[in-house]
Design a protein around this ligand. Structure first.
Ligand code: G3P
Ligand code: CA
Length: 256
């Protein structure tokens, strides 16, 4: 692959760490997020959901089954259920005992490192009231980050994004789309929620689509790109960043 990085741009701006360094660490844990920053990534991505008692949960799936040693849906859990969860052993025996992080800990890491955070609000299965609690809980935690431009809020749910944007317009917003939901109304959705970025799925993405997103004035961040040849092609198309599970390797490869 002929890698293009002829300009002075920094590869650390291009490769965003999807659930942290999730190729080498248990996703969405502090070791994964912290290793991503240590490897030079400027942006980490993580997912936040809400439990039955209003506790915020850093977890990608709507259940804990795949990524921890317990099972259950976020909507059925309370804080006590999360206290002794092992979120590392499923990935490798090396990580047995890794706790589930709180959003508070993620925010502390962002502040310690001076990094940037893309926080994805998971569409809660608990309905509109919980959606409101999710947004207000997240906003309470984010207050500890002084500069709102270091945070990018994304979601597949226009309701969550619009609710957040109305309450706290200082935070940049990104609309997430799967190809299946990327219909002709993408621009209307982005405008309605005040988005400055669009996060389309890689599968089915074309150069023409990227050009349309850019022509609309949006930053384009594509998920999830785990090979360098594809990353290279997307950069040629004008994509601003890609989410990858291998931010460490890709930043190093491109820098050399
Ligand atoms: O935010 C980009 C990407 O994380 C969206 O998909 O399923 O990995 O949360 P998913
Ligand atoms: Ca995500």
């Amino acid at each position: 692959v002929d890698l293009i990085w002829a300009d002075s741009a920094d590869p650390a701006d291009f490769f965003w760490a999807h659930r942290g360094l999730s190729g080498s660490y248990p996703e969405n844990t502090i070791p994964s997020l912290s290793a991503a920053y240590e490897s030079g990534a400027k942006w980490i991505e993580t997912d936040v959901d809400i439990c039955d008692d209003g506790t915020l949960l850093i977890c990608h799936d709507s259940t804990l089954d795949r990524t921890t040693n317990v099972s259950g849906r976020a909507v059925d859990l309370v804080a006590e259920d999360l206290a002794h969860v092992d979120a590392g052993g499923w990935f490798s025996p090396k990580f047995v005992g890794t706790p589930l992080p709180s959003l508070d800990e993620v925010v502390a890491l962002v502040n310690e490192t001076g990094g940037n955070l893309n926080l994805e609000l998971k569409p809660t299965e608990a309905g509109a009231r919980a959606a409101h609690s999710l947004v207000s809980g997240v906003l309470d935690e984010l207050e500890a980050i002084e500069d709102p431009s270091r945070v990018l809020i994304s979601s597949f749910s226009p309701l969550l994004l619009a609710t957040l944007h109305q309450a706290a317009p200082q935070y940049p917003i990104a609309c997430l789309f799967e190809q299946a939901t990327l219909g002709p109304d993408w621009l209307t959705v982005c405008e309605l929620v005040g988005a400055s970025a669009i996060h389309p799925e890689l599968a089915g993405l074309t150069r023409e689509m990227v050009q349309e997103f850019k022509a609309a004035g949006l930053q384009v961040h594509v998920w999830t790109v785990n090979d360098l040849a594809t990353a290279n092609k997307l950069r040629n198309w004008g994509v601003d960043a890609v989410f990858t599970d291998f931010a460490d390797r890709f930043i190093a490869a491109w820098a050399n």
